[in-house]
Ligand binder design. Structure first.
Ligand SMILES: CC(C)(COP(=O)(O)OP(=O)(O)OC[C@H]1O[C@@H](n2cnc3c(N)ncnc32)[C@H](O)[C@@H]1OP(=O)(O)O)[C@@H](O)C(=O)NCCC(=O)NCCS
Length: 194
């Protein structure tokens, strides 16, 4: 990714972690994004909603970005890509979605990392960056995440990032074509009660 990309648009949605930096998707990300998702397909698919047949095509990516732009405009969701500091390689993605205001003031977190980049702490770093954004910039009160009980990697990420397990939700999300129970995790703003 060109250095100028970091100086250009969406300045206010650039997040800096210790080992990674995050920003929203851009159309120029398509080749690297599609290549990483394709290379990681077998690793990711068991833990994600079923990928549509055309998911890794440019028209589908264009539609994805249009939906993301609408969500961000409405303050409903913030999808970020995760880049490694140093060489700016794309390593994964993280999305804050389903943002609820009013009496709730909360959002839900989902993430993935490309298979070649696992177990280097990039996801924990990204989760910490986004939760910081949630509490300081969006002024949310609470962030939630959910994972299948056998997803030890995701549970480790959430615990390491300070989330607490809160219980089991039955048939919570349809993952890889099957409704699956999920462990719910939550993180409350450190300034809660102020
Ligand atoms: C879950 C996922 C995002 C973790 O990514 P990652 O970048 O490898 O995670 P990190 O390197 O930040 O590791 C964080 C913790 O998870 C642990 N971990 C990572 N992979 C693990 C595995 N396969 N089994 C057990 N623990 C694992 C690490 O050891 C680390 O724990 P520690 O700090 O206590 O040592 C990645 O495995 C992934 O994309 N999985 C498929 C998609 C998915 O499950 N998404 C989440 C759905 S809820």
């Amino acid at each position: 990714m060109a250095l100028l990309d970091w100086i250009a648009a969406d300045q206010d949605l650039r997040l800096e972690g210790a080992a990674v930096r995050l920003r929203p998707h851009r159309s120029a990300d398509f080749p690297e994004w599609a290549a990483l998702r394709e290379a990681s397909r077998d690793f990711l698919q068991p833990w994600e909603p079923t990928w549509p047949n055309d998911d890794l095509t440019r028209p589908a990516y264009r539609r994805r970005l249009a939906a993301y732009a609408q969500d961000m405009d409405r303050g409903a969701a913030y999808p970020f890509l995760i880049f490694r500091r140093g060489d700016d390689a794309l390593v994964g993605g993280i999305t804050l979605s389903n943002i609820r205001r009013g009496v709730a003031q909360m959002g839900s977190l989902g993430y993935w990392i490309g298979r070649p980049f696992t177990r280097r702490g990039y996801t924990v770093d990204a989760v910490r960056s986004v939760t910081g954004f949630c509490f300081s910039r969006l002024r949310l009160h609470r962030v939630e995440a959910a994972c299948i009980p056998t997803n030890m990697a995701s549970q480790a990420v959430l615990r390491r990032a300070g989330f607490q397990p809160e219980g089991l939700a039955r048939d919570y999300l349809r993952i890889d074509g099957v409704w699956r129970d999920h462990l719910l995790f939550g993180l409350v703003s450190p300034t809660a009660g102020d």
